[in-house]
Design a protein around this ligand. Sequence first.
Ligand code: GLU
Length: 496
Amino acid sequence: MTLENVRVRFAPSPTGFFHVGSARTALYNWLFARHHRGKFIIRIEDTDRTRYHPDAIPDLLSGLRWLGLCWDEGPEVGGQYGPYYQSDRLELYHHHAERLVAAGAAYRCYCSPARLAAMRQEQRAAGLPPGYDRHCRHLTRKQVADLEAQGANPVIRLAIPTEGVTEFDDLLRGHIVVANRQLDDQVILKSNGFPTYHLAVVVDDHLMRITHIMRGDEWLSSVPKRVLLYRAFGWNMPVLAHLPTILDPSGKGKLSKRKKKLADGRQTLTYIHEFRQAGYLPEALVNFLALVGWSYDGQTEFFTRDELVRYFDLNKVSKSPGAFSYDKLDHMNATYIRRLGANDLAGRLLQVLLRAGLAADFDTVLKLVPLVRERMKTLDDVVPLVDFFFTKDPSYRPPMLIQRKMAKEDALAAIHAAQRALQTLPSFDEQTLENRLRSLAGDLGLKAGQLFGCIRVACTGKKVSPPLFGTLSILGQEVTVRRLHKAASLLSSWSE
Ligand code: GLU
């Protein structure tokens, strides 16, 4: 069933780089919006200036674009319900806070930081829960006038009902009831005129006509305060769905921003730009993230973007936390790499190789695609696989040329023979190379693996490389012969 006029938002605070957990929240909102042909809105929640990080917004927007999560309203694209930066909306928060004061639902609090600190200390000493003691809630007009005359700079607090309960429904968490006496008379407007977070979010979600709120479940505990704000304004609440936490690969702790070592020695990645730099495909990461907390039928793993949009269903989002498995991501990424068209993959690999400082060109990379396609988990894996194509000549330790059960002289003879055989070969295609080198091994009384091993090290500088005949064919006759020649002279002048 498609809902009408769905409007959802992703509302990051620009306090740091775009984290993979936030990306999952953005993705679910995006999928939900696209599924229902609604709008996906980005709102930048930048009212906490002390935590503002100047690189956060560019990092976020480029990360969203890289993932293909384009937005209908928000930074750079504008929209009918802007501005989309909270710091440009201060007047609105002011106006709405005053509206609540006028209605008696909020009040000015003149308590000094010193008084609040003393109060907190007393509460601690008495073993009481922390909270504002509502000292200013019932000030007389005269008291207020005096305080104003003294130039006191008030905050505005919400007057929370002292009795009863606040209840709400969460699509994933069910019906939640909180006793009002557990809630604090929260500040909604600070003395510097900035709203606190809850006021800004409630005002914006309402004015931006948000219909559904999907966000991480660390925000669940703030909902009662927001419900009371909605009630004080007389507004309807959007539908809520608090998404399950993402756990680290061990499934024990929350996926944190701090780097950890995985069992295989790799470091965990947490920011979207790190996945990008490490050679993950955005389509693989999107597919993977969609499944950290949601599943279609409990078994299908690969979905195109269109399929994700078609099948995404909030009711099928899991209620329990899901672990982030780097192994699963690698497996998915490798599969996506294998499925890419040759030209597409070559284009992406070319970028990686150029970034690694290699003088690669598209035509050569396109030829390399069949040799490396099956051997990569991430695009970056291509660099050590093919770097020797783009360097003058590889460097290696000469004894690497000597294969199992061979003496230096045997290896030297094999390399000389290979050089002679290959420099007169009329054609340098894979099949001709294979036929010639297999018969040469026989003539020399060597196992094929021994001869091929010598040639492999001579031409690639490595013991493991992409398939040999394809590699030599792409390197070409001139380079192959030159590298064999060089190997022979290196080995002959090497002494144990
Ligand atoms: N600005 C909050 C954050 O950075 C989002 C809270 C919300 O979605 O209401 O995560």
